[in-house]
Design a protein around this ligand. Structure first.
Ligand code: ATP
Length: 362
């Protein structure tokens, strides 16, 4: 599947990590010194950046088999119809992989989902990033060890002698998207450079600061959307994580970010849902009453694997942002839709594989 060439589509650029997930499903998380036998094992494309790009792409179009059926029926009624499946956004990925089979797998997977990979650098002599993931089968909760490899070394990270280091950040973002999405699985310096570039070009940014590290305060000034889970909200704001147990506490954490210049704060709370708060009742809102609120999570048939739930949430929320525009955008409606998408991901094993297509949300 090729990215749509249409220039009229809203453009989302994801700048972030590409990792291969090595996933073991275990009966419980091992204690120190304990050796466990997994019930199953999978190698799959992942990385927060790549997952969020795939989420944007999958959630903006129908499942390919569904699309082919639609194409077949429309071509039987109109011989001139050779359009690909309708899509709600053009999604591009900027990142780096090694010149190895894992890197190839990641690029192929992104392309297959309709993501433009022309901004994904293949770095010679570097390894592709790896995430070792243990999924506790009874609860679906995961524990992750990340080896960033190409993700860190190319973007101004540890191997500063590499000539690519200086070149890549100065080119970011490669075009002027409607929304730039970033996480923190690439060097902070790259994120800061891209934030500055986006600010200069008037590009809205959605920051999903995961894994969380305390950020310089200037990151928050003018940031359009901050999406954090409760742990990240606590680390970044310095508030105790127990603060996030109540809606009042979430409001307190959200205020911390709003006071530093964020327009919309979204705190994801796992199975409890999402707390949101915006800078003012009027800013980017169609309803004054939407200024803050707790939106319950969608009911799930079973919690199978929470991997990529947050990434799916970000993908659907981003699509709502770019497709509605400033006036028609409702944070609460966007959160509801994103909860729905993330709930489908929780019900399935895997990372990008578990993210639903748009027609799976009905
Ligand atoms: P991850 O790192 O596992 O991708 P996260 O820690 O970034 O996730 P969470 O807050 O755990 O983010 O989950 C993101 C969203 O996924 C939630 O806001 C909710 O919409 C959905 N979700 C997560 N767990 C559940 C659940 N048990 N039931 C329903 N929805 C869930």
């Amino acid at each position: 599947m090729k990215p749509s060439p249409s220039s009229s589509l809203p453009r989302i650029c994801v700048l972030g990590s590409l990792n291969i997930d090595l996933v073991s499903y275990v009966p419980h998380h091992p204690e120190p010194g304990e050796t466990l036998t997994s019930s199953s094992f999978a190698v799959s494309p992942g990385g927060k950046g790549a997952n969020q790009a795939v989420a944007c792409a999958k959630l903006s179009r129908s499942h390919p088999s569904q699309s082919q059926q639609n194409d077949a029926s429309s071509s039987s009624s109109s011989s001139s119809s050779s359009q690909p499946a309708t899509t709600a956004a053009h999604v591009s990925m900027v990142g780096a992989v090694g010149a190895d089979s894992y890197g190839e797998l990641l690029r192929t997977n992104l392309s297959a989902h309709g993501v433009d990979v022309s901004g994904v650098l293949v770095a010679p002599e570097l390894k592709t990033g790896i995430a070792i993931i243990l999924v506790d089968e009874p609860t679906g909760q995961n524990r992750i060890v990340l080896s960033p490899e190409a993700n860190h070394q190319v973007f101004g990270g540890s191997s500063s002698s590499d000539s690519n280091n200086a070149a890549v950040p100065s080119e970011l973002p490669p075009s002027t998207p409607d929304l730039l999405i970033m996480q923190l699985e690439i060097p902070l310096q790259t994120v800061l450079l891209a934030l500055e570039a986006a600010k200069q070009r008037g590009v809205d940014v959605l920051l999903n600061p995961a894994p969380a590290v305390v950020l310089p305060e200037e990151v928050y000034a003018g940031l359009a959307h901050l999406v954090v889970n409760e742990t990240e909200a606590a680390i970044l704001s310095g508030l105790p994580v127990a603060t996030l147990d109540t809606a009042e506490g979430c409001g307190q954490a959200a205020e911390w970010f709003l006071a530093r210049g964020v327009s919309t704060v979204i705190i994801t709370l796992g199975g409890r849902g999402v707390y949101f708060k915006t800078a003012s009742a009027g800013a980017g809102q169609s309803q004054a009453s939407e200024n803050h609120g707790l939106v319950p999570a969608e009911q799930v048939s079973a919690v199978v694997d929470t991997t990529a739930a947050g990434d799916t949430f970000v993908g659907q929320y981003a699509l709502e942002v770019v497709s509605r525009g400033a006036n028609g955008f409702s944070v609460e409606a966007a959160v509801k839709k994103a909860n729905k998408a993330a709930a489908r991901t929780v019900e399935r094993k895997g990372a990008s594989d578990s993210i639903p297509w748009r027609d799976e949300l009905v």
